[in-house]
Structures are given as structure tokens and as C-alpha cells.
Ligand binder design. Structure first.
Ligand code: AMP
Length: 281
């Protein structure tokens, strides 16, 4: 596996690939890689000739400075994992390579989509995500880019971004990989204590139960159920739980006949904020 830190060197590599008319799959990450990330590499390798992964902890998408500071960083381990997954190239630039100007600003408008859920609870987050994804897309210009459905709203933002860019990069949403106990894999899981990790198992469990409550008693009952459940678990704090139209992410109070819905959650376990989602019938 080749490792690049400079855009110019990556461009040299990419132009060789393009000269052979080969396709490029791109997997952007913030590192501290786990099997969820590896699954995206596998999806890319299945349909593209070359797979490039980026590892970059993007400062502009963190609205909480201490979250940015404690975000896990383990570049050597990441490189080894990607190598064992037969990733072709790893791009791990420094912040100044991605943001050469001081205080580079970007101002995106995604309408309703970035004002709800993660957008409402993490102001500026999706602006930062769009800023870095646009920059990566301009640098790598892949045929396809692979994102995890764990970040459900992010996938929708990236699809909207690609439209705004008039780009033909195909955005592929891949399924959520989970630990044996159902917890969605996340780089942040490693930051939890043993006790917190045990408590975190409640997130997928309560989501599954909430799905049943929603399907039998309706959305408002499910929301009440989830709020009551977390209120009873010490060390947790529910940030939000909503049931949305799975296509538009419009927050629902009642199911729309014939339309798929998705339950979305953000919950603090200690200081660690976990997100998850579940498609409802
Ligand atoms: P991150 O490094 O957390 O920014 O994630 C990089 C990419 O991996 C994003 O597209 C995430 O949605 C995806 N991802 C993170 N966790 C998982 C998971 N458990 N299953 C599948 N994809 C994931």
C-alpha cells in the first residue's frame, strides 16, 4: 500500500490510474479504524479498480474543542489495518495541507437537512463536513465514494453536496457494522471505560424495543419510551431520539403510509456521544 501525505504526490499516482482508464473508489475517514471502516474498503474493492482511503481528523467539523482534542489518533495501526485489507493507497495529510489559508471559511446551505438532528445539536458540524468532503472530492475526484449509514444524515448531506457541485461522483451508502452485542462500531467506542462500554449496550437494545413500540403504539409512544428508558440508566443522557421519513429525514409524529421511516438517536454515555439509527417498516 502506498502512503501519501502531500496532494501533489497523490495527484501523480491518480493521474497514472486515470491514464489507464481505471476506476477509483474513495473512503474518507477520521482514522482510529475498525471493522466498520474496513467494510467500506471491501465495498470499494468489489466495484472499483483502485481504492484510496483518507485518514484526516477534520478540525472544522468539531463544534466541541475537547472532542477534537480527545479524538483517538493511531496512524501506524490504521496503516497496518488498511494494508491487511488490501487498500491500494492511504492519504493522510496534515491540517495545513488541507487548509493552507488561515481561517478558511465555507458557507453551505442544505436547507432543512442541516438544521435538524445532528445539525441542530452540533452547530456548524455539517458545514465542516461539507467543506472537507468537497476538498477531498476535488483532490481525489473518485468514481465512487463510500460512506457508512451509521452517519445517516451525513450520507444525505454528502449526496446533496455532490448535487450542488454538479459532480458525477457516485455516493454509495454502506450498512452499519455492529459489535457482537449490537453496539454500532465507532472510533469513539474505544474512549469509553469498561463500565461505560457495558452501559452503551443499552443503545441498540432500546432502539430495537423502540422500533416495536413505534410499530404497535405509534411514534409519540416510542419517543416517550426511549426518554423514560434513558432517564433510568445512570451515566447516560439522551440528546435526541426521533423517527423520520427515511428519504427526506423530515421529523415525523405519525408514520406516512407507504413511506419508509428511520429511527435516529444521539446519546451521551459519560462524556462520549454515540449515534445510531434503525430503519423501521
Ligand atoms: P469516521 O472515521 O467516524 O468519520 O467514519 C468514516 C466513515 O466510516 C463514515 O462514512 C462512517 O459512516 C463510516 N463508519 C463509521 N462507523 C461505521 C460502522 N459501524 N459501520 C459502517 N460504516 C461506519
Amino acid at each position: 500500500m502506498l502512503i501519501f501525505t502531500k496532494i501533489a504526490e497523490l495527484h501523480g499516482y491518480l493521474s497514472q490510474i486515470k491514464a489507464q482508464n481505471k476506476t477509483v473508489g474513495f473512503v474518507p475517514t477520521m482514522g482510529a479504524l475498525h471493522e466498520g471502516h474496513v467494510s467500506l474498503i471491501k465495498y470499494s474493492k468489489n466495484t472499483c479498480d483502485y481504492t484510496i482511503c483518507s485518514v484526516f481528523v477534520n478540525p472544522t467539523q468539531f463544534n466541541d474543542k475537547s472532542d477534537l482534542e480527545r479524538y483517538p489518533r493511531m496512524p501506524e495501526k490504521d496503516a497496518a489495518l488498511l494494508e491487511s485489507a488490501y487498500c491500494d493507497a492511504l492519504f493522510m495529510p496534515l491540517v495545513k495541507e488541507m487548509y493552507p489559508g488561515k481561517n478558511e471559511k465555507a458557507d453551505f446551505n442544505f436547507g432543512y437537512l442541516d438544521k435538524i438532528l445532528e445539525g441542530a445539536h452540533r452547530p456548524g458540524h455539517f458545514n465542516g463536513v461539507a467543506q472537507i468532503v468537497k476538498r477531498f472530492f476535488e483532490i481525489v475526484n473518485p468514481d465512487k465514494a463510500f460512506f457508512g449509514s451509521k452517519d445517516y444524515q451525513q450520507v444525505m448531506i454528502v449526496k446533496a453536496l455532490v448535487k450542488q457541485m454538479h459532480s458525477d461522483i457516485e455516493i454509495v451508502a454502506c450498512p452499519i457494522l455492529r459489535e457482537e452485542d449490537g453496539l454500532a462500531m465507532s472510533s469513539r467506542n474505544a474512549l469509553m471505560s469498561k463500565e461505560e462500554r457495558t452501559i452503551a449496550t443499552n443503545v441498540p437494545l432500546i432502539m430495537q424495543k423502540a422500533k416495536q413500540v413505534a410499530e404497535v403504539k405509534g411514534i409519540e409512544s416510542a419517543k416517550q419510551f426511549v426518554a423514560e428508558q434513558f432517564a433510568e440508566i445512570p451515566g447516560t443522557r439522551l440528546d435526541y431520539f426521533e423517527i423520520c421519513n427515511a428519504e427526506t429525514l423530515e421529523i415525523l409524529s405519525e408514520f406516512i403510509p407507504g413511506k419508509k421511516a428511520v429511527a435516529v438517536i444521539a446519546v451521551f454515555v459519560g462524556k462520549i456521544r454515540l449515534i445510531d439509527n434503525l430503519i423501521l417498516n
